[in-house]
Design a protein around this ligand. Structure first.
Ligand code: PMP
Length: 355
């Protein structure tokens, strides 16, 4: 039996996707060649890239609405600077909800004035700030939809007159939103989409080209948009596996169906965290993430060794919390079955019985 994989990323992918991907590494499309030893300009790979872009836009409801889906490299971390490079003339506003927002802010400061409209740093980012105001004279507003480390998630997005930019690395394709409100959405593939190695950038083309500085080609969204993500050699394997995962999502009913499953998984774990007297949740209840549930033992000294041993015995993998939060984090991305969350709940209940 495989482990119950709660890894925060790279993370669990659908078993059937892994199987198809492994087959394509040996013999792709019956070509008697591997996917990773053919030209990215071959018609077989171009079809993969086209399909991946089409599926990404389709899942977000952004087809034929002036958006481009780009498959780039350098991780979401490169987008921290790319966004600013392409959009920041004078001033941008950022909402600081954790480690990844803070890193995005740090990069943007290299390009212009950055207004931090609100921050939850005062409480180790265990909540999402609300009721802040956003200046009107900005080039864009940036937020992080899901805070992978702290287990918080934006349930609502502010109305802004400037372009709305969002790092959706850890909850893209997990829930239905009005994605047409956003001007740039970016996400590293390695949570809900595929393996590490590619980053999806969905950009509204009309917002580009308004910058005063010259942009190096590799960092220029317009160059990648014009070349359909083929300006340079794309990460062919990562794009292929992303395409397979996006197709898997479509076959099971799309984002609205996976959202129901994700809500059921989240309800299961959070009910147990709230019910079980040995545990306490980390994130503020109204801001809890459906992707990453963060929680601690009330009495670590008394129960940590037993809980860890029970978890290991049950085949639970990747539940240790990030060092900046401690405790535990159950990452429940799209491909994680509810049976795995049940296995975790069973272990929490077994600990309670033993204690
Ligand atoms: N943003 C978020 C929300 C993340 O969770 C991560 C990585 N876990 C990043 C950005 C950085 O992504 P990458 O490692 O692909 O640069």
């Amino acid at each position: 039996m495989k482990k119950h994989n709660f890894s925060a990323g790279p993370c669990i992918l659908p078993q059937e996707v892994l199987k198809k991907a492994s087959e394509a590494v040996i013999n792709f499309n019956g070509l008697d060649l591997s996917l990773i030893e053919i030209s990215h300009r071959s018609k077989d790979f171009i079809a993969v890239m086209d399909k991946a872009q089409e599926l990404a836009l389709e899942h977000l409801g952004l087809q034929n609405k002036g958006f481009k889906a780009l498959f780039l490299q350098g991780g979401a971390s490169s987008q921290f600077l790319n966004v600013a490079y392409n959009l920041l003339n004078k001033k941008a506003a950022y909402l600081n909800t954790g480690t990844w927002s803070s890193k995005a802010i740090k990069e943007a400061k290299l390009f212009g004035e950055v207004v931090e409209v609100a921050s939850s740093k005062d409480a180790n980012f265990n909540y999402i700030p609300k009721g802040y105001s956003i200046p009107s004279d900005i080039d864009y507003f940036h937020c992080t939809s899901n805070n992978t480390i702290f287990g918080t998630q934006l349930k609502e997005f502010p109305e802004v007159s400037a372009p709305l930019v969002c790092d959706m690395s850890s909850d893209i394709f997990s829930r239905v939103l009005d994605f047409s409100k956003f001007d740039i959405i970016y996400a590293g593939a390695q949570k809900n989409m595929g393996p590490a190695g590619t980053t999806l950038v969905v950009v509204k083309e009309a917002i580009l080209g308004k910058i005063e500085r010259a942009i190096p080609s590799m960092l220029d969204y317009r160059v990648h948009a014009e070349k359909d993500s083929m300006f340079n050699t794309p990460p062919v394997f990562a794009v292929y596996v992303s395409m397979l995962t996006l197709q898997w999502l479509k076959d099971l009913g799309g984002v609205s169906e996976i959202e129901k499953r994700n809500n059921a998984k989240a309800a299961l774990i959070y009910n147990e965290i709230d019910r079980n007297p040995l545990f306490k949740g980390f994130a503020a209840k109204e801001d809890r993430s459906t992707m990453n549930a963060t929680f601690n033992l009330v009495d670590e000294e008394a129960h940590k060794a037993t809980f860890d041993a029970l978890a290991k015995e049950a085949g639970l993998s990747g539940i240790n919390g990030h060092r900046s939060v401690g405790g535990y984090r159950a990452s429940m991305y799209n491909a994680l079955p509810i049976e795995s969350v049940q296995a975790l709940v069973d272990v929490m209940q077994a600990l309670e019985k033993q204690a």
